[in-house]
Write a protein that binds this ligand. Structure first.
Ligand SMILES: *[C@@H]1O[C@H](CO)[C@@H](O)[C@H](O)[C@H]1NC(C)=O
Ligand SMILES: *[C@@H]1O[C@H](CO)[C@@H](O)[C@H](O)[C@H]1NC(C)=O
Ligand SMILES: *[C@@H]1O[C@H](CO)[C@@H](O)[C@H](O)[C@H]1NC(C)=O
Ligand SMILES: *[C@@H]1O[C@H](CO)[C@@H](O)[C@H](O)[C@H]1NC(C)=O
Ligand SMILES: *[C@@H]1O[C@H](CO)[C@@H](O)[C@H](O)[C@H]1NC(C)=O
Ligand SMILES: *[C@@H]1O[C@H](CO)[C@@H](O)[C@H](O)[C@H]1NC(C)=O
Ligand SMILES: *[C@@H]1O[C@H](CO)[C@@H](O)[C@H](O)[C@H]1NC(C)=O
Ligand SMILES: *[C@@H]1O[C@H](CO)[C@@H](O)[C@H](O)[C@H]1NC(C)=O
Ligand SMILES: *[C@@H]1O[C@H](CO)[C@@H](O)[C@H](O)[C@H]1NC(C)=O
Ligand SMILES: *[C@@H]1O[C@H](CO)[C@@H](O)[C@H](O)[C@H]1NC(C)=O
Ligand SMILES: *[C@@H]1O[C@H](CO)[C@@H](O)[C@H](O)[C@H]1NC(C)=O
Ligand SMILES: *[C@@H]1O[C@H](CO)[C@@H](O)[C@H](O)[C@H]1NC(C)=O
Length: 707
């Protein structure tokens, strides 16, 4: 049985696009059914509370008592000191490399061997700061996790509350932790007789950031370089403020508590401070990390606990929802597992990937690529917010990040002799794209703006939407039209060389006219033209000329291949183990218009990928990409099989396992899962409504068709 419940939207659309949904699914029951539970710390993933701009990762005690899981934010970044190598002492000394591009030398931000030190500095800086560590202090005794008994940790995702209970030497301890929805604050409540006897308190500690490692997982920062950074404390009444200075970065920890307690430290040779309660069996406190040393009023455990509950209740009850739990019979175990992945992903994405900047691949859990974020991943990370009608979270970052990066992207295009704006790739909050061959030669980030804009237009077909995106689309399309190279001999526009395609595994100087990028270019330019039409403005002739005369999709042996002229594509193991992007043109993207596109060739390509691809080596968003293609091909069973593929794993708390290539968590797996599920719940243009296999019972509310 498959039903689609119509979505009733009552009240008014607020400026923040916050629809109130009145569906029939008991969302609270389903969310709570999948609450993560642990009885020991995981060695790879924390349990987290947070708000999208700030996240606190805990071990099984609810704090960071035994394992230094991380406290990351969207605002705290650190620069190591600049190199002192003569001629390489400032970012301005970096010049990159010039590569021949259709008969002219074009500058690319690539590491230059003659400027190795400043090139590496620009790659590794700034890094995202791990703000510190907050753990239980056992009166100076050296307690380890194995000294505890009766350990139990639960995360109530419906209220954003983490609860741990355990026993030490016969005394029970309970720890409850929530995060403020608005600031970088946790609130903690402790209950134990050990508080009364002075044997239980809280420690605060600080690591040093180095930029030495591209990936820092599961723990971020160096704890023993205590001489390289400084901390100091000021305390008064029931408040204390710790200042942390590391090189040019400074931030503050603002601690507030109830009852009697005193703070001391740092313990010698460390940056460790102890908050020791006196004469109580219940003690609560708040910890705020901030760029400025200002204490928020009325911050206590009960007020933050209430605001956390309110925020999360609204989160779950607004937007779209899908219930697969009524599925009975043979498919029921798979339906339950898919539902678990969906719910736990929804929780983790709101904690890790709902900030004012797009997220890094590991969200706010640990640092990958130095904590920087990748423009070609923006749609994978963030597109699902719109598809699940949680526009108020999407609009924290989109389109603001594009507006902020527009001037530097226009400059990038100009320096390379192109019109419009060329979006960067691996970025920090200033919009600087880290030096790299792939970073400077990838192009599929460019049309993402059109996908964001078109989905928003479908949801909010207003003049405000048109105006909001107009400039960004015009600048993006201008670059796309000028980047396409008019090939006199073939009479078509070529993409590349040099370039890297989605799969990043071909020779950039040989890569020309890749299937996915050609389809995405045409998709983007067509939307650019629609937008102008909707605005009653003229369409620049260059856009139309390029869109209509782009090279045809490359076909060999009756299949679409990665790029035009790729040698021996289906018989070379180099090519069968990365993102199968050819399938993205029919599934993730709507079908390109014929004669560019031929469904028989697509079908052959699907068969060739299934026959040759090493899916064991695939990871992250590959599986949702494959699922969306399978769904559009009409094979919903194959689609859910991909979403449950053994190589596409989620741990027991919902963290997407990185696998052999990237550290855990690799959140594009979670966000693309939700993107694909939204497509299967709402269908797509021309095939609307729920698209799940026979035998599944699906109740879906609030989904709209994909493009
Ligand atoms: C701890 O959790 C594991 C895995 O969920 C379970 O198999 C085991 O029985 C639990 N142990 C206790 C003592 O609860
Ligand atoms: C790091 O240094 C770069 C280059 O000077 C600068 O643009 C950026 O703002 C700095 N970031 C931080 C967080 O200090
Ligand atoms: C591509 O060509 C440029 C010259 O334009 C050369 O410097 C570069 O090394 C080549 N790259 C590869 C990967 O062959
Ligand atoms: C604390 O105990 C652990 C395990 O029992 C041990 O490995 C560690 O060296 C001890 N640390 C100190 C400072 O005594
Ligand atoms: C810090 O620990 C690392 C890794 O164990 C070690 O290589 C390094 O020498 C230590 N540094 C100091 C200053 O103790
Ligand atoms: C700490 O500073 C010293 C002296 O400048 C330096 O040699 C060392 O590499 C620094 N440690 C780290 C972990 O950056
Ligand atoms: C946009 O505004 C124009 C007048 O400026 C109006 O004619 C048109 O209907 C509006 N379009 C939408 C989608 O609101
Ligand atoms: C096309 O098929 C022939 C014969 O099987 C093979 O030699 C050739 O490498 C194939 N082309 C591609 C692009 O795989
Ligand atoms: C496979 O492709 C890679 C990359 O283009 C190339 O270096 C290699 O020689 C090819 N191997 C075969 C057997 O064709
Ligand atoms: C699609 O491709 C197949 C296989 O090459 C061909 O037989 C068929 O005519 C093509 N269809 C169209 C509409 O071009
Ligand atoms: C497929 O990838 C896995 C994981 O990296 C690897 O162990 C295996 O050897 C690969 N299989 C083939 C046939 O290349
Ligand atoms: C459940 O999912 C697995 C993994 O995709 C698949 O192999 C299996 O056939 C599915 N079972 C049913 C009954 O759909």
């Amino acid at each position: 049985m498959i039903t689609t419940i119509p979505l009733f939207i009552v009240g008014i659309f607020l400026a923040s696009h916050l629809p109130f949904v009145h569906g029939t699914i008991n969302r609270q029951r389903i969310v709570r059914q999948f609450s993560p539970h642990r009885n020991a710390s995981s060695s790879t993933t924390p349990m987290q509370v947070g708000n999208g701009n700030f996240a606190f990762g805990a071990d099984v005690t609810g704090l960071q008592t035994f394992l230094p899981y991380n406290i990351l934010s969207s605002w705290a970044w650190h620069n190591s000191s600049l190199p002192t190598t003569p001629g390489q002492t400032s970012p301005a000394d970096f010049t990159g490399l010039d590569w021949w591009t259709h008969g002219r030398l074009v500058p690319y931000d690539q590491p230059n061997p003659a400027e190795a030190d400043i090139s590496q500095w620009l790659i590794a800086n700034p890094q995202r700061i791990n703000l510190g560590r907050v753990g239980l202090w056992f009166g100076g005794r050296n307690i380890s996790e194995s000294d505890l008994s009766g350990v139990s940790q639960d995360l109530d995702m419906y209220t954003g509350t983490m609860r741990s209970t355990f026993t030490l030497d016969g005394s029970s301890i309970s720890v409850e932790v929530v995060a403020d929805p608005d600031t970088s604050t946790i609130a903690v409540q402790l209950q134990s007789d050990l508080l009364n006897s002075g044997h239980l308190g809280v420690f605060f500690d600080y690591p040093y950031m180095t930029g030495v490692n591209k990936f820092e997982a599961p723990f971020v920062g160096v704890w023993n370089a205590t001489a390289n950074h400084t901390t100091s404390v000021q305390a008064s009444g029931q408040k204390a403020q710790i200042q942390h200075d590391e090189d040019t970065a400074t931030y503050f920890t603002m601690i507030q508590w109830n009852d009697q307690a005193s703070i001391s430290g740092p313990l010698s040779g460390s940056h460790r401070y102890i908050l020791q309660p006196k004469g109580c069996t219940e003690f609560s406190f708040t910890v705020t990390y901030s760029q400025s040393p200002v204490f928020e009023e009325d911050m206590d455990f009960s007020s933050l606990s209430a605001s956390s509950s309110d925020w999360w209740k609204h989160y779950w009850e607004s937007g779209s929802f899908i219930d697969l739990t009524q599925t009975a019979g043979a498919a029921s175990a798979n339906a339950t597992e898919l539902q678990r992945r969906i719910i736990q992903s929804q929780y983790l994405l709101a904690v890790n990937e709902a900030g004012h900047d797009p997220p890094q691949e590991s969200g706010l859990t640990n640092n990958g690529w130095y904590g920087k974020f990748h423009a070609e991943m923006f749609v994978w990370h963030l597109g699902h917010w719109g598809r699940w009608s949680k526009w108020y979270l999407l609009e924290r970052a989109i389109p603001g990040v594009y507006e902020r990066f527009l001037p530097s992207s226009i400059q990038r295009a100009q320096q390379q002799g192109y019109a419009g704006a060329r979006w960067g790739k691996q970025s920090d909050p200033t919009g600087r794209s880290a030096p790299g061959a792939i970073n400077s030669l990838l192009i599929w980030q460019q049309p993402h703006v059109f996908q964001f804009a078109e989905y928003e237009w479908r949801a909010f077909p207003t003049n405000a939407t048109l105006q909001k995106w107009e400039r960004l689309l015009v600048e993006s399309a201008d670059f796309m039209a000028s980047y396409a190279f008019w090939n006199e001999s073939t009479g078509v526009y070529d993409l590349g060389p040099p370039m890297y395609p989605v799969s990043e595994n071909t020779d950039p100087n040989a890569t020309i006219n890749p299937t996915f990028e050609l389809a995405y270019w045409r998709f983007g330019l067509n939307i650019a033209s629609h937008w102008q039409r909707r605005l009653h403005k003229p369409i620049p002739p260059s856009w139309t000329h390029v869109a209509e005369n782009l090279a045809p999709l490359p076909v060999e042996n009756n299949t679409y291949v990665i790029y035009d002229g790729i040698p021996n594509m289906w018989h070379n193991s180099t090519y069968d183990e990365d993102h199968p992007s050819m399938l993205g043109i029919y599934g993730w993207l709507p079908p390109p218009a014929p004669p560019t596109f031929n469904l028989t060739l697509m079908s052959n390509t699907v068969a060739a990928v299934y026959a040759t691809w090493n899916f064991t080596y695939s990871y992250g968003w590959d599986f949702p990409l494959l699922a969306m293609n399978a769904a559009r091909m009409g094979d919903a069973q194959q689609a859910v099989d991909f979403l449950l593929h053994p190589a596409f794993a989620f741990d027991e708390a919902g963290y997407p396992v990185g696998g052999s290539r990237v550290p855990t968590p690799y959140f594009p797996g979670s966000s693309s899962l939700l993107f694909a599920v939204a497509m299967m719940a709402g269908g797509w243009t021309g095939t609307e409504g729920v698209q799940f296999p026979e035998g599944w019972t699906v109740e879906a509310e609030g989904f709209t068709p994909a493009l």
